[in-house]
Design a protein around this ligand. Structure first.
Ligand SMILES: Cc1cc2nc3c(=O)[nH]c(=O)nc-3n(C[C@H](O)[C@H](O)[C@H](O)COP(=O)(O)OP(=O)(O)OC[C@H]3O[C@@H](n4cnc5c(N)ncnc54)[C@H](O)[C@@H]3O)c2cc1C
Length: 411
């Protein structure tokens, strides 16, 4: 099994720590979670008790990023729902409290989250749409002694077993992105209701549910400054997107390893399936593309550690490319398995379902494309000038031999 996150001694030890912790569960547990459609809170408490969240955050958001992707990648190999729930716990709940917490209550809640006594989820999407967070309608009205929150949130992962939601709401009447703020909502607050859950094709062990809020909350339910919620949420989502890349690449790697193994072992009309050139080349192209995506992933992790920052356009581009290509690789792997790929005896149909939703959750392909397009659409004086020179030369000449070429485009 190829480990995605670049090897170093501390990461190898952390990976072993995750694998050791996961020995507490077996195939029957994973099957039970999937049948129940919930990750038990105790599973996250166990991971926390083994120090996995604390170790991820010990050196801060950026230096601990390799531990984060190692955690998600490893958990995904055992149970995709546990990986999603842990991602919400670590990158949204703990991340929001660590970065924006300011009160004693926030510090105490952060400690509870690291210890697994509190479990968090992220409530951003609403019934009228989730792709454009700037359109959020949930209202937070300032009151003398706190806030009144009113609204409905949908498709929230792990809401069924969480104790708190990190919730994005509008703190002013104007329909302006700058009016969004981030709140911590204890789910046992009067007026906070989990309405129910959606039956879903992918990641069946982690619930996705709906939350209704018509509740009074104390002043320190607000995280950070009012009006900066979209900025905060966008930053947290960068970490979530990298985590999703980790699980996508883990899914692609598993599918490809299995497909290659099956093609090597299966014989048809006297020859191995892998000896058919069409299969061989498909597998080779998939391997090449997966290596390239893994390299890009490693570069982004190295950048985060070196610069103490995340490159948002590059992360969006990686999730966009990985989402599409990994799905194609899983599809190819199912094809190579023939009818067996469709049976639950092999993990391919589940990998396909679990990875498919990565193209929606954490930023849809369309939203990510828009984000990358905003990078492509930046003016570049050097290129503009070069094109103007080339345009001047782009005229008919009396003789081809006298043709000019614009000087090379150099940086
Ligand atoms: C498994 C799973 C887990 C999830 N977990 C969470 C969670 O924990 N918390 C949470 O808040 N949300 C969660 N979501 C919701 C997810 O973030 C949203 O589904 C996603 O943002 C899209 O929102 P929507 O489903 O409302 O689609 P819509 O916003 O209705 O969009 C429908 C389609 O139109 C496209 N579209 C919309 N606007 C534009 C535009 N301006 N330009 C181009 N295309 C556009 C979208 O990309 C999409 O393809 C989860 C979703 C899934 C599938």
């Amino acid at each position: 099994m190829t480990d995605l996150t670049p090897p170093d001694a501390t990461l190898a030890a952390y990976r072993d720590q995750v694998r050791e912790a996961m020995k507490a569960f077996d195939a029957e547990d994973f099957a039970a979670w999937e049948a129940d459609r919930h990750i038990p809170r105790s599973a996250l408490t166990l991971l926390a008790g083994r120090g996995l969240f604390r170790a991820r955050w010990a050196d801060g958001a950026y230096l601990g990023i390799g531990r984060m992707t190692t955690l998600i990648e490893e958990l995904f190999r055992y149970d995709s729902g546990l990986a999603i729930a842990a991602m919400g716990q670590s990158e949204i709940f703990i991340g929001a409290l660590a970065r924006h917490g300011s009160s004693g209550a926030h510090a105490a809640l952060l400690e509870d989250a690291l210890a697994g006594r509190a479990v968090g989820c992220f409530a951003a999407t609403e019934p009228q749409g989730g792709a454009q967070l700037a359109g959020i309608r949930t209202r937070a009205t300032a009151e003398d002694d706190g806030w009144h929150l009113r609204g409905t949130k949908r498709y929230i992962s792990n809401i069924g077993r969480a104790t708190h939601a990190v919730l994005l709401a509008r703190t002013d009447k104007a329909e302006n992105a700058a009016d969004l703020s981030l709140f911590i909502v204890p789910l046992n607050t009067a007026g906070v209701t989990v309405d129910g859950f959606f039956d879903a094709a992918g990641v069946q062990s982690c619930d996705v549910g709906q939350l209704s809020v018509d509740a009074h909350l104390p002043a320190d339910a607000l995280l950070g400054s009012p009006g900066l919620g979209l900025l905060y949420a966008s930053h947290l989502l960068q970490f979530e997107r990298l985590a999703i890349c980790a699980l996508l690449l883990a899914g692609g790697e598993s599918a490809l390893e299995l497909a290659a193994g099956h093609a090597r072992g299966r014989h048809t009309d006297g020859g191995r399936v892998i000896d058919k050139q069409v299969i061989r080349h498909h597998l080779a192209t998939a391997r090449a593309d997966l290596w390239n995506l893994q390299s890009r992933f490693a570069e982004i992790l190295a950048f985060a550690r070196r610069e103490q920052a995340l490159p948002p356009h590059q992360i969006s581009a990686l999730k966009l490319s990985a989402g599409k290509r990994v799905l194609e690789i899983i599809d190819l792997s199912m094809q190579i398995f023939g009818a067996r790929g469709n049976t639950t005896a092999y993990p391919l149909e589940k990998l396909w379902r679990d990875c498919r939703i990565a193209r929606v959750g954490g930023g849809t392909d369309e939203v990510l494309s828009d984000m990358v397009a905003s990078f492509v659409d930046r003016p570049d004086r050097r290129v503009e000038q070069y094109l103007a020179e080339a345009r001047d030369l782009d005229v008919p000449l009396p003789s081809v031999a006298r043709g000019h070429r614009a000087t090379a485009l150099v940086r």
